[in-house]
Design a protein around this ligand. Sequence first.
Ligand code: NAD
Length: 336
Amino acid sequence: MDKLANKDDLIVVTGGGGFIGGHLVARLRNMGFQRLRSVDVKPFDQWFQKFPEVDNRQLDLQEKEACYEACNGAAYVFNLAADMGGIGFIEMNKAACMLSVLINTHMLLAARDSGVKRYLYTSSACVYAHDKQTDVHNPGLKESDAYPAQPEDGYGWEKLFSERMCRHFTEDYGLQTRVVRFHNVYGPYGCWDGGREKAPAAMCRKVIKGWLANDHRMEIWGDGEQTRSFMYVDDCVDGTLRIMTSDLTEPINLGSEQMVTINELVDIIENIAGVKMQRSYNLNAPKGVRGRNSENTMIRAKLGWEPSIRLEEGLKPTFEWIKGEIVAGRQSLHGG
Ligand code: NAD
């Protein structure tokens, strides 16, 4: 980001009260950027991270006027705001997920009209075609696997549509856009309970609560053999900044290639906790696709970099943070 922006350029992060947005604001602040604006619809007391010297604003970015307020004077915009959650949430809230299209539509219009120099949109691995994800031995999803379009219903369609809107705002209006497809991200300061949490946080919570209650039973959604890759949030922030700074105008994967089964994810968390759980499998629960992994040929070729933090490492601080929250009796803060 140092190559792109001056320290006094105004940088806007939407979804700044959320998990990844909070980490991004923290990183930009640590890099010395003086003028940061963090925007989220949630009341301030529900933000995961909030910094007093940042221009924090509570705005509903589905509203057009709010997007113009958010973009006013901005040089760079990272648009992370979305109504989202783990598979349980996105399968049960397809319309709500699709309404996030209002955020990107209005943010793009506001960015275009406010003279924003560069705009980054956070898409998702949920744009990838269902037929490419039916086998646990997924060879990795290449960027071209998004077409012919057959994305995750609701959430994935919204992401794919918004990706294309970014492309056409570049072609037709000259707005510089970058599109990054995150694969599952995990880490501290994110949702871990209440229905929007994703698998790593949910599994940490179940193990911690079982250990605290001395009740080692644990439910897993599906048969536990479905595969995924998980990226630690520090790698996610690094990659997002690198992609923003790059000349990459096409959507690009940002994910880990360390594919594991959900059972292997639980094995790692059990090792960190030093407990063995009695697992039961709920085959009727939402499971998502059968196998998903990131394919990082493009990011290696274009950036000479890819996420490298091993799941065994990244889960340690994640587990400790969630444990601290639970032991302190705090509730998980929700997105959206
Ligand atoms: P998050 O839910 O923690 O953060 C999103 C934030 O957007 C929330 O704080 C929410 O309040 C805010 N938001 C929702 N509607 C809004 C509105 N109308 N106006 C203003 N703010 C609004 O989620 P996250 O994990 O930090 O995800 C950030 C982005 O990355 C999202 O666009 C998400 O779709 C994408 N993504 C995340 C993952 C992941 O594994 N976490 C994977 C793929 C893509």
